[in-house]
Write a protein that binds this ligand. Structure first.
Ligand code: NCD
Length: 336
């Protein structure tokens, strides 16, 4: 079964589980962007926050994060709290029964007994999808959100990336040239970003990486099949003056087999004042974070640096996503 077919089994017509960026249609994205803007606006006052906090106060969520996380964890936890959802954490697998040899299936079964929503990050590829299948076949299906699974997908990062483009370009995402730089081979955010941006017309990608970290063949097939224009390069020279977006990523050395990243030279692609001086005035610089040396902190002051805003956008779009899953979006949009 193809990935698309598998996903359509999980989610026939609506967003319930969030497993892949492929699930989001253009209309879902527009609803989510509008909802995120509305929620951040409501949250500016105490009365607004008090309103939001009552909406899902009868729900519980488990945040099962078996891989390191700062932003994704904090933003999901806070998104739940904004909507009144009570959260429990499983962050250190050493403290759970997995350390006693419990199978992942039994762990998922146990989580199901205690929650109305599972938000999951795990090194095991497709574990979110597996949980969604299990829960669909139970007497009480509950939604599962993939918060990053192996090197495969990170759909909610893609949502916040797209939401950031929406805000940066005042709603007009189409017709943009997006330079994606770094570890294109193993970065899950890049895979999900490409899939979500397939909802917008005339997007052109320029993939820039050290040779050994080039975009994988299956992603290229996806781009070709969907008629998405792209180029590959190992230098920024060809696009530094023309790209609208510079999406940086770090080297994903946690997936190394034998410390092979140590031999990779990425420094020629690091952002520096010379590159910055050549960029368009209204270009934007994104990074899913955490960063290493590819974007020096000095650049944070530049008005084109959008990565800290991107982080905040993650909170509001994840709050919007949870609202959408629990079908309270219409209720929130009516708030005056
Ligand atoms: C990303 C991830 O986990 O894939 N981080 C995040 O969620 N913002 C990117 C990364 O770790 O490099």
């Amino acid at each position: 079964m193809s990935e698309n077919e598998r996903l359509s089994n999980i989610n026939p017509n609506e967003i319930f589980h969030v497993i892949s960026a492929l699930q989001f249609k253009h209309e879902d994205l527009l609803i989510l962007f509008e909802l995120a803007d509305k929620i951040r606006n409501i949250a500016e006052t105490k009365a607004g926050l008090d309103f939001l906090r009552t909406i899902l106060s009868h729900k519980r969520a488990v945040l099962y994060f078996a891989q390191p996380s700062t932003r994704t964890y904090l933003s999901f936890n806070n998104a739940c709290q904004i909507l009144g959802i009570q959260t429990s954490d499983m962050r250190n697998v050493g403290n759970s029964s997995e350390a006693k040899g419990e199978s992942l299936e039994d762990t998922l079964e146990t989580i199901h007994s205690y929650t109305d929503l599972l938000i999951i990050r795990h090194i095991e590829e497709n574990l979110a999808e597996k949980a969604a299948w299990m829960y669909n076949n139970s007497d009480r299906p509950i939604p599962v959100i993939n918060a990053g699974s192996g090197p495969n997908e990170h759909p909610t990062q893609a949502l916040l990336d797209a939401y950031t483009l929406y805000r940066a370009f005042k709603g007009n995402i189409k017709n943009k040239t997006i330079a994606v730089i770094g570890d294109l081979k193993r970065g899950r955010t890049v895979r999900s970003l490409i899939r979500i941006l397939n909802n917008f017309e005339y997007i052109k990608f320029i993939f820039i990486s050290p040779i050994v970290l080039k975009i994988p063949e299956d992603v290229k097939s996806y781009l070709l099949k969907n008629n998405i224009v792209f180029e590959e390069s190992d230098s920024l020279d060809s696009c530094i003056k023309t790209a609208d977006v510079f999406y940086y990523t770090r080297i994903q050395d946690e997936y190394d087999m034998q410390n092979e990243s140590k031999a990779i030279n990425y420094t020629n692609l690091y952002l520096n004042p010379e590159y910055l001086s050549k960029m368009q005035e209204n270009a934007i610089i994104l990074h899913p974070l955490p960063r290493r040396a590819e974007i020096p902190p000095d650049i944070d002051k530049d008005k084109r640096a959008w990565y800290w805003k991107q982080e905040i956008n993650g909170l509001w779009i994840r709050t919007a996503l949870i609202s959408y899953i629990f079908k309270i979006d219409g209720y929130i949009l009516k708030y005056k």
